[in-house]
Design a protein around this ligand. Structure first.
Ligand code: URA
Length: 298
């Protein structure tokens, strides 16, 4: 029989290995000192929030460094209030209007999935093999929204199962999460031919379902993976390079409280630009710290 101590040792070992894999992904493949240097630590005299000190608890298997202030947005580090862009959320396009009317009537996830699968308002459905809706745990505190299914996702029918998805899994593992701790979806449910960027009409036609999905699962935190997800859900403005790492309080129709929302680089972009993984790591730490703040300690 495996006792609790053995299980804890095994969990810590798995977490340490996940962290090591992430360091290697970031290009840190050589040890240059006996002691780790926390380059994200605030100046010695800077006040620390209780939540920030939690994440450095020696008992934590991941022990990420505290989140640098620079990842916090806006004046005094407060999140910026945001609503989904009217150009999509109130689009006058026929498909978008029809999607809004359907989505408004959906009361549970089974009805949402059936409605998306039966929706004929997005022409991408005609060229796709599968409708790709979600993966992970609908009761999880984190909902991740990506762009659109690629070839692997289209073939298998689940989001983020290709190379970008594997990197996403490693990123999540580095902060102690796996697919049971997140719900993953996209702003588009069908693969755009040749993996092109979805058009404004395609985004507008799918967005009512995405918003309803968020309202039904009520995640504690939303992560927008990449520029297309940020463009679909955040007000028009800077691109993902400027937005990433900033917190937004995103108002979702049907919810009385806005959802803390963090745009990050898309893992497919990180595969092409590994030098940007340093920023992604910072954003992951900010996500971990926010979860530690929001989730009751058990
Ligand atoms: N990229 C995405 O944005 N979503 C997927 O599901 C796969 C790759």
């Amino acid at each position: 029989m495996v006792n609790t101590d053995d299980q804890m040792v095994e969990a810590e070992r798995a977490a340490a290995l996940a962290l090591l894999r992430w360091y290697i992904e970031m290009g840190a493949d050589e040890a240059i000192g006996e002691e780790p240097v926390n380059r994200f630590a605030p100046p010695a005299m800077a006040p620390r929030s209780p939540a920030a000190s939690n994440v450095n608890d020696a008992a934590s298997p991941i022990t990420p460094p505290p989140v640098p202030e620079a990842t916090e947005p806006g004046p005094a580090g407060r999140a910026v209030a945001a609503t989904p862009p009217a150009a999509f959320a109130q689009s006058a396009g026929e498909a978008a209007q029809s999607a809004r009317a359907i989505a408004a009537r959906l009361d549970d996830l089974a009805a949402l999935e059936a409605a998306i699968a039966n929706f004929e308002g997005c022409a991408l459905k005609r060229t796709a093999t599968n409708t790709v809706i979600a993966d992970g745990n609908p009761a999880a505190p984190v909902m991740i929204i990506g762009e659109a299914p690629g070839a692997d996702e289209d073939r298998i029918g689940r989001p983020f199962v290709g190379r970008a998805g594997q990197l996403l899994d490693r990123m999540l593992a580095a902060i102690g999460l796996d697919r049971s701790g997140v719900l993953i979806t996209n702003v588009i449910y069908w693969r755009p031919p040749g993996n092109r960027t979805p058009t404004a009409d395609e985004i507008a036609a799918c967005l009512p379902f995405v918003l309803r999905h968020i309202a039904l699962v009520r995640p504690k935190v939303l992560v927008l993976a990449g520029g297309t997800a940020a463009r679909a859900l955040l007000p028009p403005g800077p691109g993902i390079t400027r937005l990433r790492g900033r917190w937004f309080d995103l108002a979702i129709p049907g919810l009385d409280q806005p959802i803390p929302t963090l745009p990050m680089f898309h893992p497919a972009f990180l595969l092409r630009a590994p030098e940007r993984k340093r920023e992604a790591w910072r954003d992951l730490l900010a996500l971990r710290a926010r979860l530690d703040e929001l989730l009751p300690v058990t």
